[in-house]
Write a protein that binds this ligand. Structure first.
Ligand code: BF8
Ligand code: SF4
Length: 620
């Protein structure tokens, strides 16, 4: 669908305002890039050394080798591995930051944070063979954080958390040499192998890509999720509001955007500070309104029901409302365009991480030692900025949709009465035909939210339970699909289950690192049934994916045995060898494999066919 930029009415209204005001957005910059580089689209360009840049002619008339002799297959495989490594690094570095914060809580350095979920702390301690008897929470937390920080460069063979996969899956990984030996190590090795003149075997490169991605999905991301739960509490179902209409006309509006809950959780606390609320009122505002964007939005909506202002392509649109006093960011998925855009308004663009600085941003360094004080300082900057708002330039679309989020594994178990058996029974008796995980971003290459929403609707109508994270989940929130009432759109089997349990047919399981929650559920179901994850009637999809993190996610989901459909085309088609490997041979090797399907209806059909095949093989 190309005739409209978005199916989100709020986005369309804001794009109209942007057009009237002559303000550019990602959609305009995407158009200005046309035609995009054909070599790049196919993955056929290389800049890995200074004999290059080199490119391979896909039509066979021009060069078929780089200066070093690298073929198109080698170049495509190397480029893909670098993308996986960057994505795995991003998730895992986020994970490390959260674990380090737990360490600082344990040593008393991060006094503004506390251990909120002691049960999870103890369960993790048991997993890492740490004694909890007669010890204080801080003692346990310190030893656990030390053990987990060791996982990033471990020398003990392979990382501990892969023990969570069913035995059959572990055997496959062992046989193929895919057990990750340490999270940092796999990323470093990916960079080493892709250096000029090192690994020049496409299959060997891709297999390492799978190992590197497993160190993310079953390592860095999983640890980010678990330790965020330890620090901030394990999410439980919570109601909230979504879309740009959550920005308030008469309040000090602060948009928090990025990924790590370490910052956003403190902003949530500081925004309630009576002194700051009074300061906002003294300047004529009704109060302080904190809203989230992208995954940091997901983190705080999952735990506090903080409104979600939107997903990836709405970050600029939020500023164009003219009603944001501040946009506060940490790391990942933050467009560098925001600085220049914020300067067209009174909006302060505040960066906080030493890892992520931006043109046009005010940098307020955030660290765990003075977290609440820094968060207060940031909120104060926003409050003091309120009188600078030009009321004539404010336009806030009225679109607001309610959602229910917070479906952690623990929350799902609680709803099911303590075990997964009711879910497994529903799958066996076909009330639930299968489970599809829809994840990932928005991409201006396709109509915003169109692929997400149409895939979700097709799948639930055919009794497939949908679980979501990231910007995909926000798309569903905005469309009202995260409400129990959306069961009306589900097939009779799924609708019956939703009504009996009071849940929506689409479960919001969190931010992108929380895809690990989905893996954990899949592993647990496989364990109960005594089969491998690859045997389950389960599939994955990234209908509008953008980021390198999504490439790592796709790789570890496939490596875990799950069929995955991509809705935007990855830069691999320049190599027949790599394309075949990902879309066919992977099935024989790891059970999971990729399909690329840009049409959401056909993509949903692929998933349903896959689910039915798996059901037939299981005899259910
Ligand atoms: O990690 S879905 S645009 S915000 S990458 Fe980014 Fe994509 Fe959104 Fe979260 Ni995930
Ligand atoms: Fe060219 Fe080979 Fe250098 Fe890549 S590594 S830029 S293909 S010479």
């Amino acid at each position: 669908m190309k005739d409209t930029l978005s199916v989100d009415p709020a986005s369309l209204k804001m794009l109209e305002i942007a057009r009237e005001r002559g303000i550019e957005t990602a959609w305009d910059r995407y158009l200005a890039q046309q035609p995009q580089c054909g070599f790049g689209e196919l993955g056929l360009c290389c800049r890995n050394c200074n004999m290059g840049p080199c490119r391979i002619d896909p039509f066979g008339d021009g060069p078929q080798k780089g200066v070093c002799g690298a073929t198109g297959d080698i170049i495509v495989a190397r480029n893909l591995l670098r993308m996986i490594a960057a994505g795995a690094a991003a998730h895992s570095d986020h994970g490390r930051d959260v674990v380090e914060t737990v360490m600082r809580v344990a040593t008393g350095e991060a006094k503004d944070y506390a251990i909120k979920d002691e049960n999870k702390l103890k369960a993790l301690a048991a997993e890492f063979n740490i004694n909890t008897e007669g010890r204080t929470v801080k003692e346990i937390a310190k030893e656990l954080a030390e053990a987990v920080l060791e996982e990033f460069g471990t020398r003990k063979g392979y990382i501990q958390t892969v023990e969570r996969v069913p035995a059959k899956r572990k055997e496959i990984w062992e046989r193929l040499g895919l057990l990750p030996r340490g999270i940092d190590r796999e990323v470093v090795e990916a960079m080493h192998r892709t250096h000029m003149g090192v690994d020049n075997d496409p299959a060997n490169l891709i297999l390492h890509g799978l190992r590197c991605s497993i160190s993310d999905g079953w390592g860095g991301s999983l640890l980010a999720t678990e330790f965020s739960d330890v620090l901030f509490g394990t999410p439980q179902p919570v109601k909230g509001k979504s879309n740009l209409g959550v920005i308030c006309k008469n309040a000090v509006n602060i948009l928090v955007h990025g990924h790590e809950p370490i910052l956003s959780e403190m902003l949530v606390a500081a925004a309630k500070d009576p002194e700051l609320v009074a300061a906002a009122r003294a300047r004529g505002a009704d109060g302080i309104n904190l809203v989230g964007m992208c995954c940091t939005g997901n983190e705080i909506l999952m735990r506090h029901g903080i409104p979600a202002a939107g997903n990836f392509l709405q970050q600029e649109l939020a500023i164009i409302t003219g009603a944001l006093e501040a946009v506060v960011v940490d790391v990942q998925c933050i467009m560098p365009a925001l600085g220049q855009l914020a300067a067209c308004y009174h909006t302060k663009f505040i960066s906080t991480s030493p890892k992520a600085k931006f043109p046009g941003a005010v940098h307020v360094p955030f660290d765990e030692h003075h977290a609440l004080d820094t968060a207060r300082e940031i909120i104060r900057l926003a409050v003091e900025n309120y009188p600078n708002r030009n009321k004539d330039r404010v336009f806030i679309p009225e679109d607001i949709t309610e959602y229910v989020a917070g479906f952690s594994v623990e929350a799902i178990l609680k709803i099911l009465g303590g075990t997964l058996n009711p879910l497994i029974d529903a799958i066996k008796n076909r009330s639930i035909r299968g489970i599809a995980a829809l994840v990932g971003c928005n991409n201006p290459k396709i109509t915003q939210d169109y692929n997400h929403l149409n895939m979700v609707k097709e799948l639930i109508a055919k009794d497939v339970l949908v679980v979501e994270t990231g910007c995909a989940a926000i798309a569903s929130a905005k469309a009202g699909l995260l409400l129990p009432e959306a069961a009306e759109l589900a097939g009779p089997g799924l609708a019956g289950v939703c009504r009996a349990l009071g849940i929506p047919p689409v479960l919001h399981m969190g931010s992108c690192v929380d895809i690990s929650r989905i893996l954990v559920v899949a592993a647990a179901i496989a364990g109960e049934l005594g089969v491998d994850i690859a045997d389950l009637p389960v599939a994955g999809a990234a209908p509008e994916w953008v980021s390198e993190k999504a490439v790592s996610i796709g790789a570890y989901v496939v490596a875990s045995g799950i069929f995955t459909v991509l809705g935007t085309v990855p830069a691999v088609l320049g190599s027949k060898v790599v394309t075949e490997l990902l879309t066919r041979q992977a099935k024989d090797l790891v059970g999971g494999y990729f399909a690329v399907e840009t049409d959401p209806f056909r993509a949903a059909e692929l998933i349903i066919n896959h689910i039915d095949e798996k059901r037939a093989a299981l005899g259910i």
